[in-house]
Design a protein around this ligand. Structure first.
Ligand SMILES: Nc1nc2c(ncn2[C@@H]2O[C@H](COP(=O)(O)OP(=O)(O)OP(=O)(O)O)[C@@H](O)[C@H]2O)c(=O)[nH]1
Ligand SMILES: [Mg+2]
Length: 298
């Protein structure tokens, strides 16, 4: 068993307590909730199933990819946009209890499926740039909760401002990330993939692995197994490597700690010179302590 991280854990709890003392700030309460529900479990359950989130614009084929990886329709795909309304978390049936208390985002529909390798939980998200307010509201929690963010995009969408902003947000949270260029025609695959790789590198994201899935006929919601073989191989590789998963979950926790500490500091900075200044000092000090512990290797 890997040990928990007593100093980061204590710093996280101290920040949540300082935020709760603030009183009637809904932003402070929201950050405290995320510390308690998303960060603390990541610090205490490093060996829980790795949360892999498929994120991206509506219609890029997230649900179809997930269904294709399992080989059957687990998450509803469709032509009506947006199709996925609630995050669907697909996991190995024997790991359901390991998911409780492991920092999964709120409001997910759990679905056990033998085709998901143990050690991973795959989350099909609603489109995160949605016209639907509710979808946009859960987007932030999903980005924060992901142990591995799979940014799914397509030749039609990858250069658009909104999906790109989402890739940047996920990168800013400093957790492990990979990019899937989906639905690309075999003839264009090389050119489009090189262009996307160039854009990622220009944004400092050149280290994120980039995978290409070519456009093929969908039958009963599923692409041919060969189309998603690289994705499936990545999942199986992660499932087989417990040490790598633990390292990724630690990296995810570290990135999340720095992100939430930054949000808390920003909030406290707004109180300087006001009545809440001394409460703000507590929050700010607790946030800096958490960022320091996280920076020293969660
Ligand atoms: N021809 C073809 N159609 C695809 C492919 N991938 C997805 N589709 C179709 O595109 C439509 C949208 O796919 P979904 O998987 O529902 O997309 P999504 O990203 O989950 O969309 P939301 O849930 O709305 O966010 C469906 O009708 C799919 O059958 C592909 O590789 N080739
Ligand atoms: Mg979907």
């Amino acid at each position: 068993m890997s040990s928990p991280h007593p100093r980061s854990l204590a710093a996280a709890r101290r920040l949540a307590a300082a935020l709760r003392r603030v009183g009637d700030s809904s932003v402070a309460a929201e950050i405290a909730r995320r510390v308690d529900d998303l960060l603390v479990p990541r610090l205490t359950t490093v060996e829980a199933p790795l949360l892999v989130v498929l994120g991206g614009s509506t219609g890029v084929g997230k649900s179809t990819l997930l269904n294709s990886v399992t080989g059957h329709r687990v998450s509803r795909d469709g032509v009506l946009r947006p199709t996925t309304r609630v995050p669907v978390l697909v996991h190995h049936p024997q790991e359901r209890s390991a998911l409780s208390g492991a920092g999964m985002p709120p409001g997910v529909e759990l679905c056990g499926d033998d085709a998901v390798p143990a050690g991973l939980a795959l989350l099909d998200s609603p489109d995160l740039d949605s016209v639907e307010t509710h979808n946009r509201e859960i987007a932030a929690d999903l980005i924060l909760a992901a142990d591995l963010w799979l940014a799914v995009t397509s030749p039609a969408r990858y250069a658009d401002a909104v999906p790109w902003a989402q890739i940047r947000r996920a990168a800013a949270r400093r957790g492990p990330m990979a990019v899937v260029l989906n639905r690309v025609s075999p003839a264009d695959a090389e050119t489009v993939s090189a262009h996307l790789a160039g854009l990622l590198a220009a944004d400092g994201l050149g280290e994120a692995p980039l995978m290409t899935v070519t456009d093929q006929t969908v039958v009963d919601g599923v692409l041919p197994a060969s189309a998603v073989a690289p994705l499936r191989a990545m999942f199986e590789g992660l499932a087989a490597d417990r040490e790598l998963r633990t390292t990724m979950r630690r990296a995810s926790a570290g990135g999340l700690a720095v992100e939430l500490a930054g949000q808390a500091e920003q909030l406290a900075a707004g109180w300087l010179g006001h009545d809440a200044a001394s409460t703000g000092d507590d929050v700010s000090e607790a946030a800096r302590a958490l960022a320091r512990e996280a920076g020293e290797g969660t």
